[in-house]
Structure formats: structure tokens, C-alpha cells
Ligand binder design. Structure first.
Ligand code: GDP
Length: 196
């Protein structure tokens, strides 16, 4: 221990000194088993081992071009990896470091859907005055027969909580690229709507 987590999460300490394009931190939230790691693995190019060590979880960085502009996304999959005792502090940290959030539930698990609402509320509390992009994701749509949460319920929840919504299947690689592109678009929209 002993390291200041704020320091290790700062944009300048991650080994990309010559980066020119904007770089955004996206944090994955959601119950265990909903598919966060599967989604980010599909997205990720390079997995940065250094970041892995420092954060006790996985961080993935990739550049992607959306609407003709390049962006670097750093995706943090650290929500569940916190050690006991430090958990609440680290989680609170997670709620503060993101430029955008992806809240994942499984369409086959109603409890995870309810957790997603709670996470949205926690996030709102942690970042009260800020207008942060949040994408609500219903994953595992391939498991048709096990579905417990309808697409309409997901949409309604997103509307209430003022989030974007998308259903994905990491197993079928369905809508995963669209999810991460959507995150970039949402971040850009809030940055003064430059270009359209
Ligand atoms: P995490 O705990 O949220 O990071 O979830 P994981 O990515 O580890 O996934 C938990 C389990 O669900 C693993 O066995 C995955 O293979 C499985 N899984 C993840 N996404 C999907 C999906 O879209 N469809 C199906 N059928 N299984 C999935």
C-alpha cells in the first residue's frame, strides 16, 4: 500500500506522454457476473499491466475513431476487485474518477438490474453538480429463455435516470462496438457540442 490512488489514476501517469488526441476514463460498474470483463475484453486492444498492478483491477486502453475523430479510451474494470476493508473507500474513488460510466446488468438477473438503479443513485450523489455521461447496459441478450428484464424495462429505467441505454451480448459480440462508440459520442456531446 502507501500509494496515493489519486496520483496513480491521473491522466499523466499512465505512460502515454506523446498522446495528442483527447483521452477519457470510462468506469465499468455493475454486479459480479453481469459481463463487465467480457465486454471490456472485446473492446480492448492493449491491456496495461502496470495499471493492473496499481489499481488492483484491470485497466484497458484503446484508441478508436468515432465520426472521423480519434480518441483514446481508458476503461477501468476495477469495481469488484477492491480488497476488504478498503472497499468502500475505493468504490467511492471509482465513483469520482470517471469521465463517463457504463452501468452493466444482466437481462437474465433482475437483482443485477436493481443494483444498476442503486449504482445510478450513488453516482448521482457522488457527482451531484456534474453532467456525466452514463450508459445503462443490459447484457446477455443471447440468453433468450433466461431473460428476466425486458428491453422496455431497461429503456424505462434509463429514461427515469437520464441515461443512454443499449442491450448487448458479449457472447455474440452484439452491440459491443456500438456501446463504446456511444460512450465517446456522449462525452463529446457534453464538451460544448464541438462539431456535430
Ligand atoms: P463480470 O463479473 O461482470 O466481469 O462478468 P464476466 O465478464 O466475468 O462474465 C461472467 C460470466 O458471464 C462469464 O462466464 C461470461 O462468459 C458470461 N457472460 C458474459 N457476457 C455474456 C453474454 O453476453 N452472454 C452469455 N451467454 N454469457 C455471458
Amino acid at each position: 500500500g502507501g500509494r496515493d490512488p489519486r496520483g496513480t489514476w491521473s491522466p499523466d501517469s499512465s505512460g502515454s506522454p506523446r498522446l495528442r488526441e483527447p483521452r477519457y476514463r470510462v468506469v465499468l460498474l455493475g454486479d459480479p457476473g453481469v459481463g463487465k470483463t467480457s465486454l471490456v475484453n472485446l473492446f480492448a486492444g492493449v491491456q496495461e499491466r502496470d495499471l493492473l498492478d496499481q489499481h488492483g483491477g484491470a485497466a484497458y486502453e484503446r484508441r478508436l475513431t468515432v465520426d472521423g475523430e480519434e480518441t483514446a479510451l481508458l476503461v477501468l474494470d476495477t469495481w469488484e476487485s477492491e480488497q476488504r476493508g478498503e472497499e468502500s473507500q475505493r468504490r467511492s474513488h471509482c465513483l469520482h474518477v470517471g469521465n463517463a460510466y457504463i452501468i452493466v446488468y444482466s437481462v437474465t438477473d433482475r437483482d443485477s438490474f436493481e443494483s444498476a438503479s442503486e449504482l445510478r443513485i450513488q453516482l448521482r450523489r457522488a457527482r451531484q453538480a456534474e453532467d456525466i455521461p452514463i450508459i445503462l447496459v443490459g447484457n446477455k441478450t443471447d440468453l433468450v429463455r433466461c431473460r428476466e428484464v425486458s428491453e422496455e424495462e431497461g429503456q424505462a429505467c434509463a429514461a427515469v435516470f437520464d441515461c443512454k441505454f443499449i442491450e448487448t451480448s458479449a457472447a455474440l459480440q452484439h452491440n459491443v462496438a456500438e456501446l463504446f462508440e456511444g460512450v465517446v459520442r456522449q462525452i463529446r456531446l457534453r464538451q460544448g457540442g464541438r462539431k456535430s
